[in-house]
Design a protein around this ligand. Sequence first.
Ligand code: HPA
Length: 278
Amino acid sequence: MITDVNSYMTSINEAADYISSKIEGKTPEICIVLGSGLSPLADMCEDSTVLPYKDIPGFPVSTVPGHDGKLIIGTLENKRVFMMSGRFHYYEGYDTSVCTLYVRVMSKLGVKTLYLTNAAGGLKVGMNPSDLMIITDHIPFFCESPLRGPNLDEFGDRFPDQSYIYDPEYVLKLTEIAKENGINAHRGVYAYTKGPQYETPAEIRALSILGADAVGMSTVPEAIVASHCGMRIAAVSCICNYGCGIADNKLSHKEVMEVAGKASEDSCKLAKLFVKSL
Ligand code: HPA
């Protein structure tokens, strides 16, 4: 929860000013968050400037192996883009206001579209490891609201509507792109859990009954803040495993990363074609 609005706003403004000084007036309108498997997208970026998070004043630093923590500013499909390589998870010990600070920085910089990606466990019959899932809605029951505490009026309303967090036009666009390009992408509801432990079989059964199609430990706090800021959001999960108890094997981070790697080509293709279509 934001306890000190002044110092929080100072961090946002310092980070935005620093990034602004590196983009020579050419502000990207889209920010892509590179979840597991999407890191090759950073290499597809042309004319890029790389800003390690540790050099950005006010930015937290990621602690997860494989999330190396840098902001890439460059060109993809002739569009200026920001790419966040490394994000901040609640399970690392950050407060949700810290996990989502970058979203507010992006909003301050003028970003209009946030493209979120993540690794997730699949709960739906027919949703197999290495398939993608276009997120249509989410279940944030286990997520402390990142908007708790004083409202930041300059970003949005105290009680923001959540009817269409994931932009319906983007959902349609992603569905069409996937279909036209032979990418196996489902649509579904993403449930957030705090982690870092994977869910138990009982939790997975409960989440399925509640209407979730996939489960993961990121994305939802960021999407809530982005919607508060009035951004349009697209989000895609890479299904890396069956939710615990659905298949007869234990879950491991190593396996999740391996599957995300295998699905990387499709994940990157979908993101690239989405950017192209804007
Ligand atoms: N649960 C939560 N997070 C995940 C999973 C899962 O099964 N797979 C990848 N990230």
